[in-house]
Design a binder for this molecule. Sequence first.
Ligand code: NAD
Length: 473
Amino acid sequence: MAATSVKIPEFETTAVDVIPAIASNVRGTFRTNKTKNVQWRLTQLRKLYWAIEDYRPQLMAALKKDLNKSEYEAVLTEVDWVKSDCMFMIKNLETFVKDEKLAAPTVPAHFSLMKFRVRKEPLGAALIIGPYNYPVQLTLSPLVGAIAAGCTAVLKPSELTPNCAMVMKEMVQKRLDPNAYAVVNGGIPEVTALLEEKWDKIFFTGSAQVGTVIAKKAAETLTPVCLELGGRNPAFITKNANLKVAAKRLLWGKTLNAGQVCLSQNYILVDIDLVPNFIEHLKDAYKEYFPNGAKASPDLGRIVNARHFHRLKKMLDETKGKIVMGGEMDESELFIEPTAVLLNSTNDSMMTEESFGPIFSIYPVHSLDQALNIANSVHRTPLALYSFGSKKENERVLNEMTSGGATLNDSYFHGSVNTVPFGGVGDSGTGVAHGKAAFDTFSHTRTIAEIPNWADGILRARYMPYDFKNLRM
Ligand code: NAD
């Protein structure tokens, strides 16, 4: 089916006054205990898998309308990504839910007549708030974790991708248990109303600024949060890097989804002697990617809306650096060309702010020492870092700078394999998702001790009056 022939309903926000009833319904459903049944969870996961398959044309059309996402990216990073999450959980859920017996060394020998085990229990009713850049993946993948763990959930997709939001609403409501899973559409007023409700877990993906709002509100009721936030991610290029490969891979990091990726590098710290060559390799890679120019490419996405277009334009207009690749912009198409800026100062918004678009900066450094000093002072806890150097240099970068995750000699890979744990650190996020971690995030780790009645004789020393005669202190 051609994307243009697919009908998607007009965006409609959910009335704020029905939000308490929606929240109360999913909370009530959790209390029935039906979501604790593993076969019930598996059925919901299978239903979600087939819903995504059946709604594929609508999802693809929505991604095209909202972000001009190419079919290739829409399939790989959104639609099939979530289907693959479903399959992973369906295959492994019965293993994940098994009680884990605890033994030595966790249980000391003198407690060995007691039985200890750990049970993964669903936390309850979850609120999942999504961002705009991967509207399908970053709303539905957490849902897969919530269903697998046995939680009920309300989803709040980004209002900046209204078509995706409407398709997901219809799909979830029609295909999943409507008493357990619901979608609320809207923006700040609707999130504000949702945050007035009591949740057992809030899973938020978005900016650090809004993450702070969520965390403060959640703190009032001691609600646990998983925050997947943004980062000003550095890349390091030393004399031992393969410059051609580094340029190609880092440019990929800024062309995928038009650079609207939390993981993409914000700035690249390049050994000063390599800078001219590195720029040449970037330009070569650009020509390979876009033989007819970036604007004519059917693969390059667009900026989500005019506000973000102007935010990025402002960064380029105000930088004191020099544009060494790209620079073309067209507001009528929300097009921004993949653009590299050579900086002469570290005090430039092209380095200090998250670009979250196809623009990035290069800053020449004299040594890895200097590079690490700069990166640690720009943002001590980025979501990601990328190091292109010798094994020893890459290890040094890992040791001397923290980050949510890291990829060595490439871009993105620690976050693009959907089964390995993924999350931020410090102000780039708290909590882990993807694969089994998504199940764990929505689960409570409940330790259970079972004490045999016959052991009372042995355990009597704890009772008052304390008799120390028989104890070695
Ligand atoms: P955002 O924080 O503006 O919006 C995220 C969600 O919060 C949306 O659903 C929105 O409706 C809601 N929201 C916005 N303002 C709000 C407010 N004042 N009060 C309550 N709710 C509000 O984020 P975005 O622009 O959609 O996404 C971009 C950001 O997300 C970037 O910083 C990016 O790095 C980050 N991100 C992080 C990850 C990750 O996995 N760590 C993934 C994708 C995006």
